[in-house]
Design a protein around this ligand. Structure first.
Ligand code: ZN
Length: 219
């Protein structure tokens, strides 16, 4: 099975990907991770990618598709979640071409849909314990006693710089704009399953599981 996960940062798709990896033997493929891995291994390709990224340019589609082909050929898994890929129409076409050579196809596209304002509340309010890493949220999951970690009793917390509201808003807007065309491409093929990602993670998980049943993946 080949699944694609679409969803902005903070939509909770990572949690659902983990659920499929842990329970149904899916491999989670993020192109960012693939690229980083090549760079770390210092392969010929990795060094090339490193030079490109350091110059601030985008990594060409051709390199990304070669990496994906490599994963599909060498992985022991036969079920894959592509997280945030393809991101452009050209990538989607190249991906389709690659899959058809391998007698594979995209089986299902999960669209984790969440209201932008809710997303911003969710992410901007996120903070974690500096000592044990427990994650909290100003709106959705406060500590029981203000300023004290529920889990370990620490008084120190930190907020990621990345959670800075403006930066985050920008990321979400860019993402939503970018993804629209490629999502419509799959929608026209009737492959998109819309998931209301403003629900609790447990409810989303039930929807994901139901989709597995509907698609005949599990009974
Ligand atoms: Zn703690």
């Amino acid at each position: 099975m080949i699944f694609i996960f679409f969803g902005p940062p903070g939509s909770g798709k990572g949690t659902q990907a983990k659920y499929l990896v842990d329970n149904y033997d899916f491999a989670h493929i993020s192109t960012g991770d693939l690229l980083r891995h090549e760079i770390e291994k210092q392969t010929v390709l990795g060094n090339e990618v490193n030079t490109i990224m350091e110059s601030g340019a985008y990594v060409p589609d051709k390199i990304v598709i070669d990496l994906i082909e490599n994963v599909l050929s060498t992985s022991e898994n036969s079920n894959f979640i592509f997280d945030g890929y393809p991101r452009t129409l050209n990538q989607a076409l190249a991906f389709d071409a690659l899959l058809s050579v391998k007698k594979l196809k995209v089986d299902l596209v999960f669209n984790f849909d969440v209201d932008k304002d809710l997303l911003i509340k969710r992410i901007s309010g996120r903070f974690s314990c500096a000592s044990c890493g427990a994650v909290y949220n100003d709106t959705f999951m406060k500590t029981v006693v203000e300023g004290i970690c529920d889990k370990c009793g620490s008084y120190e917390f930190f907020r990621r710089k990345d959670d800075n509201l403006e930066v985050f808003k920008k990321r979400v807007e860019v993402y939503l704009k970018e993804i629209k065309m490629v999502r419509d491409f799959y929608r026209n093929k009737n492959l998109v399953k819309d998931i209301d990602a403003s629900q609790a993670a447990e409810l989303i998980q039930i929807e994901v599981k139901n989709s597995l049943i509907q698609s005949g993946f599990i009974i």
